[in-house]
Design a protein around this ligand. Structure first.
Ligand code: NAD
Length: 337
């Protein structure tokens, strides 16, 4: 039951990491929230209503997106960490499933006259040729073109960004689009092949005995930046709550680190004497039987545009967020032992 003046939001992908956190924040702010996902959220579910369904099916989307909705947050995607996106083994499903979800969702949002729609794109939309230099990646929004993402996941994001923008131009659908850069934090996937580097390294450091080795894929000199989940949600809501700018815009941290530096932060938190074992391309292929899924050499969020339009940007030190994530994974693993 909604109360008068209570805002109504639908979070697509609420069974996932960012969606789960977003539902929690919207509920804290007094919204009525419907979550939709093909799976339940393993860790928390604060939604008033949860529809378990496959958004590639237009009938499910018709049911999920009803009339009189203030905000739809489209976070559902067939995705995962490097092992899922960069080996090439899931390319067809990634493109097919995510494109279908977005085609269904954008159509239904127009039909049901949803007031505002958020679409989550990715830093993976940026071209590989701008990310060959570890120290100087070019990821300002205009650098997305000419397009040449290094994965089919990135190509689908480019397509869907354009899909939402076209519906904004032709059907006046009020959209906001952000390109997320490596969002991390507790209550997310930390095992099973779909986890991202921060969670995977925390798990490995927790499971590695004192004196052991922590495996890091590639030479570890590849660079990335990582944004803690709470600041990601804050940035999404700020983008949604203004009407002069629709994006696409980066949501990320500008504090770039090498993957080995990230591993060192995590090893220090474990309090153990662990050494980094970099698995170079050939060694990786020999051990796992497929190409080392390290992605581009260098990537960093460029927050110039977000700063300029929103007058705010994320500022939390990486170590703080990593510590919270480490403690959360550690608690689960230790409780299961
Ligand atoms: P996630 O995998 O935890 O969440 C995505 C959710 O979509 C999952 O719960 C999944 O079950 C759901 N889903 C997939 N196919 C579906 C279908 N057919 N029907 C219904 N639900 C379906 O990922 P996340 O990290 O929470 O990412 C959310 C969004 O942000 C995604 O669109 C992702 O591409 C984008 N993004 C995330 C990051 C990041 O670092 N986490 C970076 C860039 C972009």
């Amino acid at each position: 039951m909604t109360t008068t003046n209570q805002k109504k939001a639908i979070v697509l992908g609420a069974g996932g990491f960012i969606g789960g956190h977003l539902v929690k924040r919207l509920k804290e702010e007094g919204y009525w929230v419907r979550g939709v996902d093909i799976k339940n959220n393993e860790y928390h579910n604060y939604a008033d209503e949860f529809i378990l369904g496959d958004l590639t099916d237009p009938n499910v989307v018709q049911l999920a997106i009803s009339e009189n909705i203030d905000e739809v947050y489209q976070l559902a995607a067939d995705m995962g960490g490097a092992l899922y996106i960069f080996t090439g083994q899931n390319d067809a499903n990634v493109m097919h499933n995510s494109a279908l979800i977005n085609l269904n969702v954008v159509h239904e949002c127009v039909k049901k006259k949803v007031k505002k729609v958020f679409y989550s794109s990715s830093a993976c939309a940026y071209p590989e040729y701008n990310q060959m230099d570890t120290n100087n990646p070019k990821c300002s929004e205009k650098d997305a073109y000419p397009a040449e993402p290094d994965s089919e996941y990135g190509w689908e994001k480019i397509f869907s960004e354009r899909l939402y923008l076209a519906h904004n131009r032709n059907y006046k659908l009020d959209v906001r689009i952000a390109r997320f850069h490596n969002i991390f934090g507790p209550y997310g996937t930390y095992k099973g092949g779909k986890e991202k580097a921060p969670a995977a390294m925390c798990r490995k450091a927790i499971e590695t005995p004192d004196g052991g080795e922590l495996e890091v894929w590639g030479d570890g000199l590849q660079t990335r930046s990582f944004l803690y989940i709470d600041e990601c949600i804050e940035a999404v809501l700020r983008l949604m709550r203004q009407d002069s700018f629709i994006g696409p815009v980066n949501i990320g941290s500008e504090k770039m680190v090498t993957i080995n530096q990230l591993a060192q932060i995590i090893i220090k938190l474990s309090g153990k004497n662990i050494t980094i074992k970099n698995l170079e391309r050939e060694e990786f292929k020999e051990k796992y039987g497929f190409k080392c899924p390290t992605g581009v050499r260098g990537r960093n969020s460029d927050n110039t545009l977000y700063r300029e339009k929103m007058g705010w940007e994320p500022s939390q030190p990486l170590k703080e967020g990593i510590e919270k994530t480490f403690n959360w994974i550690s608690k689960i693993i230790n409780n299961n032992q």
